[in-house]
Design a protein around this ligand. Structure first.
Ligand code: HEC
Length: 138
């Protein structure tokens, strides 16, 4: 009985401990292709599709790609897409941006999220000035 309790306790710990290792880019590509690529483009020639292109999305301000018409909800969300906001948005898009047009059932498997973030991180925003609005200026 004791052993079973210990087993349950240790597996609960494993499940609740966030993955410390960085995600696996290749596994992340698979997650992206399966869950995101139906609506988003990423890479050299990425442009607005059903959703905005995702180059350099980690660290990017919300609603700044110029070739995509965002929902009013996203336009006024005023978020920076970082680890925390992305994880929360992918888990429950409408909780983070009520009224968002992104219809997504949610991704909450921490390992898949880590892998996906690692994959997204391999696409920098550099060289995409034509499709990403410059930071506020004159
Ligand atoms: C059914 C289509 C669909 C799927 C699947 C989808 N998205 Fe989206 N996504 C959208 C749409 C549409 C928007 C624009 C939302 C708005 O304007 O409210 C969006 C917006 C976003 C944004 C905000 C971008 C910005 O420029 O502010 C991020 C980040 C994002 N999606 C990431 C993802 C990721 C990562 C996945 C896969 C795990 C995914 N999405 C899956 C349709 C989708």
């Amino acid at each position: 009985m004791k052993n079973i309790a210990a087993l349950i306790l240790s597996s609960a710990l494993v499940l609740s401990t966030p993955a410390l290792a960085a995600g696996d880019v290749q596994a992340g590509e698979k997650v992206y292709k399966r869950l995101c690529s139906g609506c988003h483009q990423i890479g050299e020639s990425a442009r607005a599709f059903f959703g905005p292109q995702l180059n350099g999305v980690i660290g990017r301000q919300s609603a700044v790609t110029t070739d995509y018409v965002y929902s009013d909800a996203m336009k006024s969300a005023n978020l920076v897409w970082n680890r925390e906001t992305l994880i929360a948005y992918l888990e429950a898009p409408k909780k983070v941006v009520p009224g968002t047009r992104m219809i997504f059932w949610g991704l909450s498997d921490p390992e898949k999220i880590e892998d996906l973030l690692a994959y997204l991180q391999t696409f920098p925003a550099q060289g995409l000035r034509s499709t990403v609005r410059a930071l506020p200026g004159p």
